[in-house]
Design a protein around this ligand. Structure first.
Ligand code: DGL
Length: 258
């Protein structure tokens, strides 16, 4: 058993850390497609091509289950991927359903990439689960840039958060959905901006639980299960920012030439 995880960059590590908490004894292989990051401004066709290439690579590296730790890639590619591969594929979508159930003001703010917001699947989600709720969307491409640069707090992060979130709060949103896996890394800056009574929905933990439910009980767990993290971008940059993204985890890093 080996869990393969992919994202446009380092954002999916926010999902990896939740999976690791639940499954410390299962090896993980992660690919961050930082040389193609962001996916948020790419077409469905480009995102699909990259997701297929990376999935093939993860399978070659021994992955027996794939996690698309990227909302944008899930929205565009999870269907075609499930049609093409036999192994289990876990995707993730913005938490519209839990947000619509939680809101008391009737207004939900969704922070997500443009690619996610424009996707057919996203509109389906809103139609299916949030018909009676006002859903306000807000793409935050700058959040992705900040996280890829390792800038998780400080003045720059705080002002980006203020600019993205204040209009949602002013419109009466009392639940904010973090619809991109990069955004939880700005969690501290986001939390400190929120007035009391406003909550955040991040689906990382739900995805980790779904992965756990798919791991057979008798699977070959190992005591010191490795975490291999590959990047298609700069390995130096990855090594520089990893201690702030995953402070408590020992990982191996490498370049990926896809
Ligand atoms: N982390 C990705 C997501 O969950 C996308 C970020 C990007 O590449 O634009 O949507």
């Amino acid at each position: 058993m080996k869990i393969g995880i992919l994202d446009s960059g380092v954002g999916g590590l926010s999902v990896l850390r939740e999976i690791r908490k639940l499954l410390p004894n299962i090896p993980i292989h992660y690919v961050g497609d930082s040389s193609w990051c962001p996916y948020g401004n790419k077409s469905a066709e480009v995102i699909n091509r990259r997701v297929f290439q990376i999935t093939d690579h993860l399978i070659e590296c021994g992955a027996t289950l794939i996690v698309i730790a990227c909302n944008s890639a899930t929205i565009h590619s999870v269907g075609p991927l499930r049609d093409a591969y036999l192994l289990p594929i876990v995707g993730m979508e913005p938490g519209i359903k839990p947000a619509a159930q939680k809101t008391e003001s009737g207004v939900v703010g969704v922070l997500a990439t443009e690619a996610s917001i424009l996707g057919e699947k996203f509109h389906q989600l809103v139609n299916d689960h949030a018909k009676d709720v006002k859903v306000i969307t807000r793409p935050c491409p700058y959040f992705v840039e900040l996280v890829e640069a390792g800038t998780l707090n400080g003045a720059e992060a705080e002002s980006a958060v203020k600019e993205a979130i204040d209009p949602l709060l002013d419109s009466g949103a009392d639940v904010l959905v973090l619809g991109c896996t990069h955004y939880p890394f700005l969690g501290e800056a986001i939390q400190s901006r929120l007035p009391s009574g406003v909550s955040i929905i991040d689906t990382g933990i739900a995805v980790a639980k779904r992965v756990q439910s798919l791991v057979p009980r008798n699977s070959n767990s190992v005591v010191e299960a490795t975490i291999d993290i590959e990047t298609t971008g700069s390995l130096d940059q990855l090594n520089r920012i990893l201690p702030s993204l995953l402070p408590d985890l020992a990982v191996n890093t490498a370049s990926c030439s896809l």
